[in-house]
Structure formats: C-alpha cells, structure tokens
Design a binder for this molecule. Structure first.
Ligand SMILES: NC(=O)c1ccc[n+]([C@@H]2O[C@H](COP(=O)([O-])OP(=O)(O)OC[C@H]3O[C@@H](n4cnc5c(N)ncnc54)[C@H](OP(=O)(O)O)[C@@H]3O)[C@@H](O)[C@H]2O)c1
Length: 222
C-alpha cells in the first residue's frame, strides 16, 4: 500500500493525513520538533500512522506532502525526495513568512522556490487553495454530483498522475491547470483561492465542481 509522507502535520497536513488514512494509505508524520510531539496525533490516526523526522517521512513516502510555513522551505530535506512526487500546499503570507523579495516582485512563485530547493523532486502544487475545514468537510465519493475539484500544477506528468490518484482517493476530482507556472492561477488572491469552497466563514463548505474551478482558473487569466 502506498505511503504518504508528511513534512508538516498542522491544519492542512493533519487534515490530509486523516483523509489519507481513511482512504487506506499509510502515513508518516513529521514536524520541526521531535517525533514524540506527534504521539497524540498518531494515536488518533491509528495503526496506519507513525511519526518520524522530516527525513524519515520523506524517505518513507511514495508521495510526500510538504505543508509548512513557506519561510521554512529551505529546511525540507532534499536527497530523500529525489525522483518523488512532492505535493506543495504552501502559500506566501509576508506577515507570517517575512518578505521574500522574488515573490514580492512576482519574478517567481512559491512553488518554484520549493522546486528550486528540491533538486530532482517532482513538485506538484496542490491543496494550497482550500481552507482546511473545507478540505475536511467536502470529500465525496467518485461520481457524486456534489463532488468538489482541486486544481494541481506541475511539470512532471507522472507526478501529476500520482497526485491525481491520491486526490481522487481522498474524495476530490482534479483539474490539471498545467505546468508549475500555472500555479499562479490558484495562488493567494486569485478567484480560485479559498472562496469557491466557502472559506473560514463557511466551515461546512460549498461544493465546487470541475466546471466551477475551471471557470475560476480561467478568470485568473483575464
Ligand atoms: N490553514 C489552511 O487552511 C491552509 C490552506 C491551504 C494552504 N495552507 C498553507 O499550507 C501550509 C501549512 O499551513 P497550515 O495551516 O497547515 O499550518 P500550521 O497549522 O501552522 O502547520 C504547520 C506544520 O508545519 C510544521 N513545521 C513548521 N516548520 C517546519 C519545518 N521546518 N519542518 C517540518 N515541519 C515544520 C509545524 O509543526 P511544528 O511547528 O510543531 O514544527 C506544523 O505541523 C502553509 O504554507 C499555508 O499557507 C494553509
């Protein structure tokens, strides 16, 4: 069975870990502290979950989710992620992350910064545009009329295929926005960012299907 490694196990990482376990995946959680600080979280997830260091989570994962404050991206282990799909949930919030000049000038994207650091990994931008409580409440079985869709962007087709399999398994359809550069269409401040699914003022969430997300991505181009 596929193992999903988690570098960061907070609101988004922790929510994804629970959805992954419910879908039958094994998970390895990590944070910036010691694995034992994740004992309660791992116990709540059951026998498919364990804790490790970021290097252990990266090594164990067939797919690895990086879900940390963006400012911490230079600490993500590089070598164990070579050749692997890495799902990057991170967003740039200067008030939390500090000013990052190349993002302030829009000369690159947060996912390109991650990819530049993770030489040899196949970074796919995913899960960055949905509020964590909506992520928890909106999964639906395949084919359900109110199933929501999540956009992805990445330069490696096999990594996007792996991301698509995972996202489908945890209850969402996928809209492939294109190469990593297309992640701009669902980064912070775009029409596809958070609002289509409800956001913090609507914790139960509003289903946003493929057509809705495609339209939101299209609107970002205009
Ligand atoms: N919250 C949302 O609804 C949401 C939605 C979409 C995307 N995002 C983005 O996803 C990322 C994570 O957001 P979040 O809300 O889940 O954050 P969070 O609740 O603060 O969780 C962050 C996690 O990362 C860990 N961490 C911090 N520095 C680390 C490091 N250097 N190495 C390994 N783990 C580290 C933290 O654990 P310790 O501090 O204990 O180490 C914690 O487990 C952010 O970039 C955010 O902008 C958030």
């Amino acid at each position: 069975m596929t193992t999903v490694g988690f570098i960061g196990a907070g609101r988004i990482g922790g929510t994804l870990a629970r959805l992954a376990v419910e879908a039958g995946y094994n998970v390895v959680l990590s944070n910036s502290r010691t694995p034992k600080t994740l004992n309660d979280q791992v116990a709540a997830l059951g026998e498919k979950a364990r804790a490790g260091t970021p290097t252990e989570a990266a090594t164990a994962g067939d797919i690895v989710v990086v879900s940390i404050p963006l400012r911490a991206y230079p600490t993500v282990p590089v070598e164990p992620l070579i050749g692997k799909p890495v799902l990057d949930t991170c967003n740039y919030y200067p008030q939390r992350d500090g000013q990052i000049a190349v993002l302030d000038t829009d000369s690159t994207t947060s996912s390109h910064l991650m990819a530049k650091h993770l030489i040899g990994a196949h970074v796919v931008k995913a899960f960055n545009n949905i509020y964590f409580k909506n992520l928890a409440s909106l999964p639906r079985p395949a084919g359900a009329p109110d199933r929501s869709a999540l956009p992805i962007a990445g330069d490696d087709e096999s990594a996007k295929a792996a991301a698509t399999t995972f996202i489908n398994a945890i209850g969402y359809d996928v809209v492939d926005a294109g190469p990593l550069e297309a992640g701009r269409m669902f980064q912070v401040g775009t029409p596809a960012y958070v609002a289509p699914y409800g956001g913090p003022d609507n914790e139960a969430g509003t289903p946003a299907g493929t057509d809705t997300i495609r339209a939101a991505l299209q609107a970002a181009k205009q």
